[in-house]
Design a protein around this ligand. Structure first.
Ligand SMILES: NC(=O)c1ccc[n+]([C@@H]2O[C@H](COP(=O)([O-])OP(=O)(O)OC[C@H]3O[C@@H](n4cnc5c(N)ncnc54)[C@H](OP(=O)(O)O)[C@@H]3O)[C@@H](O)[C@H]2O)c1
Length: 304
C-alpha cells in the first residue's frame, strides 16, 4: 500500500463529492497546505523547492481540493500554491479560511471585524492570484482549541455581502457548533463544515451524520492528529495486519465513516503525500471498523 514514485498510479482518491447546491465536484482525498509554511505555521518553508514539488505532485496525482489560508505563514502557503500551480486547472477547488491574523511573534490573533474579514478576502485573492475564491470558510474564534457558542451572524453577513459582490463563490464554516451552523444557514448557504475530528477525537459524530443527511461536506482538520500525530496500539495492530501504515488506516477509516467526509491531510513530504493518496484504495471490513471504534472509546465516549 505504501507507494513510491516509480510505482505510483492515479488512485480513485476516495471517490468524488459534490458540494451541495453547486457544480463543484472534488475527489474525497484532497490536500491541506498548512504544513508547507515554516515551523509553527510561521515564515517560509525549510525547503522551498520541495514545497512546490509536493503541491505539483498532488495535482498530478489527481488531487483537486486544496485547503489553505492566508494566515498560514502568513501569506506563505497561498504564495507557494500560486507559484506552483497557477494558472490553475479548471477543476481545482481551493478552499481558504478567514478570521485570524498573525502577530510578529507568530501568535494567532482573532480578526473578524468587517474591515479585517474584507481585507482577508482581498489578501487571499491577491496571494492566490484569483478573481473569485471558490470556498471561504469563516473560522469561528470563540473557541481556539474547539468550538464554543457565540453568534457568528455579524461576521457571516460580511462574507455573504462579499459573496454577493462576486468575490466568494461558496461559504463554509469552521470550528463551529451545530447551533452556529443553524444560525449560519439563515444567512447564507453553507457547503462545508471544517472541525477537529479524527479516529481518536470523535466529538462531532452526531454532527457528521446530520450534515451527511443534508449533503453538506464535513472536512475534518487534524485528520492525522495534527501537532500531536495519532498513536494507538489498535491502529498499529490493524495497520500491521493489513500491511499498510497507521496513518493510512486512520484516513481509510475517515473515508468509511461517512460519504460526506473529505480529507485534507497536511504534509510537507512527498513520500507522506503518496502514502496519504494511496489510503483511498484501502477497504476496511465491518469487523475492522468495529475494532477501530475502540480507539475513541478508550479515550472518550463515542457518540453514534
Ligand atoms: N480550520 C482550522 O481551524 C484548521 C486547523 C488546523 C488545520 N487545518 C487544515 O487542516 C489540514 C490538515 O491538518 P494538519 O496538517 O494540521 O494536521 P494532520 O493532517 O492531522 O497532520 C499533519 C501532520 O502529520 C504528518 N503526516 C502527514 N502525513 C503523514 C503520513 N502519511 N505519515 C506520517 N506522518 C504524516 C505531517 O508531517 P510531515 O509534514 O512530515 O508529513 C504533520 O506533522 C491543514 O493542512 C489545514 O489546511 C484547519
Amino acid at each position: 500500500m505504501t507507494t513510491n514514485k516509480n510505482t505510483m498510479s492515479k488512485t480513485t482518491l476516495g471517490g468524488q463529492f459534490t458540494f451541495p447546491g453547486t457544480s463543484s465536484t472534488v475527489q474525497r482525498i484532497g490536500y491541506g497546505a498548512m504544513q508547507l509554511a515554516g515551523p509553527g505555521v510561521f515564515g517560509p518553508p525549510k525547503d522551498h523547492a520541495a514545497a512546490l514539488a509536493v503541491l505539483r505532485e498532488a495535482i498530478a496525482s489527481g488531487v483537486n481540493h486544496i485547503d489553505t489560508s492566508d494566515f498560514y505563514g502568513p501569506h506563505v502557503t497561498n504564495q507557494l500554491i500560486h507559484e506552483a500551480l497557477h494558472p490553475y486547472p479548471d477543476d481545482l477547488v481551493i478552499a481558504t479560511k478567514v478570521s485570524a491574523r498573525r502577530g510578529k511573534d507568530g501568535s494567532w490573533i482573532p480578526a473578524f471585524s468587517r474591515e479585517e474579514l474584507t481585507q482577508a478576502v482581498h489578501d487571499n485573492l491577491r496571494n492566490l492570484g484569483l478573481d473569485v475564491l471558490e470556498i471561504v470558510n469563516l473560522r469561528s474564534m470563540f473557541g481556539i482549541h474547539g468550538p464554543a457558542e457565540g453568534s457568528i451572524e455579524a461576521q457571516l453577513t460580511v462574507l455573504a455581502g462579499l459573496q454577493q459582490q462576486g468575490l466568494i463563490r461558496h461559504i463554509g464554516l469552521s470550528n463551529v457548533t451545530p447551533k452556529q451552523i443553524e444560525e449560519g444557514r439563515r444567512i447564507a448557504p453553507i457547503v462545508c463544515v471544517q472541525n477537529f475530528y479524527n479516529i481518536a477525537h470523535r466529538n462531532d459524530d452526531g454532527l457528521i451524520d446530520s450534515l451527511a443527511a443534508q449533503g453538506v461536506a464535513y472536512v475534518p482538520f487534524f485528520p492525522l492528529g495534527g501537532f500531536t500525530p495519532l498513536q494507538s496500539s489498535i491502529l498499529s495492530d490493524v495497520a500491521n495486519r493489513l500491511q499498510v501504515t497507521p496513518m493510512q488506516v486512520a484516513q481509510a477509516w475517515l473515508l468509511h465513516r461517512s460519504p460526506n467526509i473529505l480529507l485534507i491531510p497536511g504534509t510537507s513530504s512527498a513520500a507522506h503525500l503518496r502514502e496519504n493518496l494511496a489510503a483511498g484504495e484501502l477497504t476496511l471490513l465491518l469487523q475492522t471498523l468495529a475494532e477501530l471504534d475502540g480507539i475513541a472509546s478508550a479515550t472518550t465516549t463515542v457518540k453514534h
